[in-house]
Design a protein around this ligand. Structure first.
Ligand SMILES: NC(=O)c1ccc[n+]([C@@H]2O[C@H](COP(=O)([O-])OP(=O)(O)OC[C@H]3O[C@@H](n4cnc5c(N)ncnc54)[C@H](O)[C@@H]3O)[C@@H](O)[C@H]2O)c1
Length: 358
């Protein structure tokens, strides 16, 4: 059951990870689609990947700010800094909170586990505590907390498509374990303190100014440098790729509908948000190389076959990610409308402008 009553006009919305791929695109869309919205963004601008991309995204928001009624305040800092998080909540009193700040990536959690504990566990706990105290002394407080979970929680789930009722107690990476922990923590805070929360399990999001640690971006970098790309699990991987605009449309709809108490009296909900159309990795790279040629990033006679190497599976990775998004469709009419070729075309055009023509 959903409470459809959060009108985002005139609201103060805290977006953590606001310079990140999904965060910045969400801020842009919120500023375009709502009236007098006050967005407070926090991001620690860490160097997990090229910081100039985070600056570019913040620049896009600054550019838009002059032509819309909303305002954007940016704070450079970490959600793991409890004092800072408390200060932000006291000063701005956000009514809606979107927690997207996290250390992302499955493979990096093997090299640098500390970053995951700090941002994904301590950081998220600080956000929950701040939400809890937003109701102190009878203040109206936070109306809805929406936070990023991940398709990684499904681990090596055999049953496809992945549905939110599936048991997800066997994470195969620390990253996945932190995301599942976020869902558990959010449940306990919803139960104890009545914080209405919705967790979104994102399935591989891609698009312009996306994340360089993701396959489509990394493949492009390598092909441009005339290097060979490694295709894991000998290409026997399927991924549910979702274009960023479709994701942002979905997140925006979810923000406006805090869950009503479920059968246990808890205002708590989890959704998958993905494309429901997994693509084979080999087909995916074929379309990518086509679009890179079309955008003149690769020469028309580029020998793609000579630049791909089929290798085994990486630790922590899973063979297939495939989202059952029927609940999101039922509750919000969510239907991704961007097909893979169209999405990769937009990525390739952006890549050319950002890296090749610069
Ligand atoms: N993009 C995807 O395909 C995908 C898939 C599953 C889950 N997710 C989740 O969605 C969220 C957003 O992902 P994204 O793709 O935009 O990633 P991103 O890395 O581009 O964005 C995350 C942002 O959070 C910031 N950040 C990290 N730790 C922080 C901290 N302690 N304090 C403040 N800021 C911090 C980073 O600097 C970054 O800008 C993440 O929680 C991620 O785990 C994304």
């Amino acid at each position: 059951m959903l409470d459809k009553n959060i009108n985002l006009d005139d609201k103060t919305i805290l977006v953590t990870g606001a310079a990140g791929f999904i965060g910045a695109n969400l801020v842009l869309e919120l500023m375009k689609r709502t009236k007098n919205v006050h967005i407070v963004g926090i991001d620690n601008m860490n160097a997990y990947y090229d910081v100039s991309l985070k600056e570019f995204r913040l620049g896009q928001i600054r550019e838009l700010e002059d032509s819309v009624s909303g305002e954007f305040a940016f704070i450079k800092g970490s959600i793991a800094d409890k004092e800072l998080v408390c200060k932000i909540f006291e000063q701005y009193r956000p009514q809606v909170v979107v927690n997207l700040a996290a250390q992302a990536g499955v493979r990096y959690s093997i090299e640098n586990p500390d970053a995951y504990i700090e941002s994904n566990l301590i950081g998220f706990y600080n956000i929950l505590e701040a939400c809890r105290h937003s109701y102190d002394d009878g203040a109206p407080g936070v109306e809805h907390l929406v936070y990023a979970s991940s398709s990684s929680v499904y681990g090596s789930n055999k049953k496809i498509p992945y549905a939110t009722e599936d048991k997800v107690d066997n994470p195969v990476s620390l990253y996945a374990a932190t995301k599942k922990s976020n869902e558990l923590l959010a449940h306990s805070y919803a139960k104890l303190y009545g914080i209405p929360s919705t967790g979104l399990r994102f399935f591989t999001v891609y698009g312009p100014a996306g994340r360089p640690d993701m396959a489509y971006f990394g493949f492009t970098d390598k092909l441009v440098k005339n290097e060979t790309i490694k295709i894991f699990n000998y290409g026997n991987c399927r991924r549910d790729f979702t274009y960023i605009d479709d994701i942002v449309t979905g997140v925006q709809a979810v923000l406006q509908c805090a869950p009503l108490p479920n059968e246990d009296g808890v205002k708590y909900k989890i959704y998958n948000i993905g494309n429901n159309q997994p693509e084979n990795l080999l087909d995916f790279v074929d379309i990518l190389q086509d679009e890179l040629k079309r955008a003149q990033i690769l020469p028309a006679d580029y020998d793609f076959e000579a630049h791909k190497e089929l290798v085994g599976m990486q630790p922590g990775d899973v063979e297939v990610t495939y989202a059952d998004v029927s609940e999101l469709e039922r509750d919000f009419g969510f239907k991704p409308s961007t097909d893979l070729r169209e999405g990769l075309r937009k990525f390739a055009q952006w890549y050319r402008e950002f890296y090749v023509l610069k």
